[in-house]
Design a protein around this ligand. Structure first.
Ligand code: HEM
Length: 162
């Protein structure tokens, strides 16, 4: 792990970013926060809908704007996150919050892929009549998703306090 971190810290990207000036880290951090806000805000709406909130609103009406927004926020957060990490990567060596955050991020992404393959999700998105059990399946999917993303955010926030 240390070797990988040392490689990122010595990479051309890291050297380029560090050479841009004193404001660079702050601006990249700002992009990270904007990405996180966009991602979490969208995920919160969608997951609460899956958990049963605003049941009178059709699932596609909420999913159509929130899914692409969440994806945009995710891309911003990942790009800026890697850039921030590259500034002084080896300082994060042994930081448990980073080590929890990054794998949880991968699991949260896998969960997104799983949700989109669920029959209950597909029926809901196609506007087809739901089958018995669909609500329960979607509620579990929403709860798992929310828990994973909140873990990522909480660990991200705690990284700096280790
Ligand atoms: C590959 C992806 C990512 C990497 C490498 C990464 C890396 C980082 C780094 C290095 C920090 C600064 C820690 C510090 O020294 O204080 C940070 C902060 C943070 N990250 Fe990420 N991050 C990634 C994605 C995400 C995502 C997707 C989220 C949210 C869903 C997130 C949430 C946070 C939060 C809440 C903070 C604290 C921001 C602050 O207080 O200024 N990160 N991240």
């Amino acid at each position: 792990m240390y070797e990988l971190m040392a490689w990122l810290e010595a990479s051309a990207l890291a050297e380029f970013l560090r050479g841009l000036g004193v404001w660079t880290y702050g601006l990249v951090n700002l992009v990270h926060i904007l990405g996180i806000g966009t991602l979490l805000g969208s995920v919160l709406l969608l997951d609460l809908r899956l958990l049963g909130a605003w049941n009178s609103i059709p699932l596609p009406t909420i999913a159509r704007p929130t899914v692409p927004l969440a994806a945009t926020g995710f891309v911003l957060a990942v790009c800026s996150g890697v850039a921030m990490l590259s500034f002084n990567t080896t300082e994060y060596h042994g930081n448990p919050f980073l080590y929890i955050k990054l794998p949880t991020l991968v699991v949260a992404l896998a969960n997104v892929a799983i949700i989109q393959r669920l029959s209950a999700w597909r029926r809901g998105m196609a506007g087809n009549a739901s089958q018995p059990g669909d609500r329960g399946v979607l509620a579990v999917a929403g709860a798992v998703s929310l828990l994973l993303w909140l873990t990522v955010v909480a660990c991200g926030r705690m990284i700096g306090y280790w």
